[in-house]
Design a protein around this ligand. Structure first.
Ligand code: UDP
Length: 247
């Protein structure tokens, strides 16, 4: 299985791969075995809205080796638009946990870049408690600002990770990876949004039953009311654009 042969659902001009969590892990193992660099995006409805006004971001998602369906809204939209069905949600935060387990089993080296100072370290430490064999290539907060780019690349290069997780939020994390992918030559580079905050316990993830009711957005609104505009983009604006697109 290679990612360029995977079925794709196109939602508002954004291509999302129709993959399951298990297929994602299998592909990641293939990417690591190949040794060539690959960019992965964890696409959610907010990404799709942002891509409407940010051509660079849209192009990055559309040429990613894997654009993962990280939002129930995307699954619903694919069905509503008569696109290739997206089989299940592949959530970035869950993927990070599965990658830590894979690292524990196979010895893959993971670098944790991003979030506020100390958070990447704490996230990695918490994962190591669960998976003692996890190989942490390094952790660093840094910033997606261009002035820091060179310093961060030089920090990461000698640590030779197999997997680089970048937690700068979209679209900055995805632009950061696109800009540095060729130079870093890391087989798997993934933008993981607020995952380190969840893993470090800085922000609480919605309980399982809330996620199953597809109300994770409501939980985030209650926890971080200042995100209302972003949540509105992901829920309201996205639904409106998809509805208009079908007409
Ligand atoms: N972040 C960062 N530097 C920045 C902006 C954001 O490290 O200049 C981090 C922030 O601390 C958080 C992550 O980026 O850990 C993603 O934030 P957000 O909650 O926006 O992510 P989402 O999951 O909604 O994409």
């Amino acid at each position: 299985m290679t990612s360029d042969k995977l079925p794709v659902a196109t939602i508002l001009g954004v291509n999302i791969h129709a993959v399951t969590n298990a297929q994602t892990l299998a592909l990641i193992e293939e990417f690591i075995a190949s040794g060539r660099p690959h960019q992965l995006c964890t696409v959610n409805p907010e990404f799709a809205v942002r891509a409407q006004s940010d051509a660079e971001f849209k192009a990055i998602i559309n040429r990613a080796a894997l654009a993962l369906p990280d939002g129930i809204g995307l699954l619903k939209a694919a069905r509503f638009l008569g696109q290739t069905p997206l089989p299940e949600r592949v959530a970035g935060s869950d993927l990070v946990i599965r990658l830590a387990e894979l690292s524990h089993q196979k010895g893959y080296r993971i670098y944790f870049l991003g979030a506020m100072p100390g958070v990447a370290e704490q996230a990695a430490a918490n994962l190591r408690q669960k998976f003692p064999g996890l190989q942490v290539a390094g952790t660093f907060a840094g910033s997606p600002a261009i002035e820091q780019n060179e310093d961060i690349v030089r920090r990461i290069l000698p640590t030779r990770p197999d997997i680089l997780l970048v937690a700068y939020g979209a679209p900055n994390q995805d632009k950061w990876i696109a800009r540095n992918l060729d130079r870093l030559q890391i087989p798997v580079c993934i933008g993981v949004g607020g995952s380190f905050d969840f893993l470090a316990g800085v922000v609480a993830r919605a309980p399982g039953w809330v996620q199953r009711l597809h109300l994770e957005w409501l939980h985030r609104l209650a926890q971080q009311p200042s995100r209302w505009r972003r949540i509105w983009n992901a829920v309201g604006v996205f639904s409106w654009l998809v509805w208009r697109n079908r007409r």
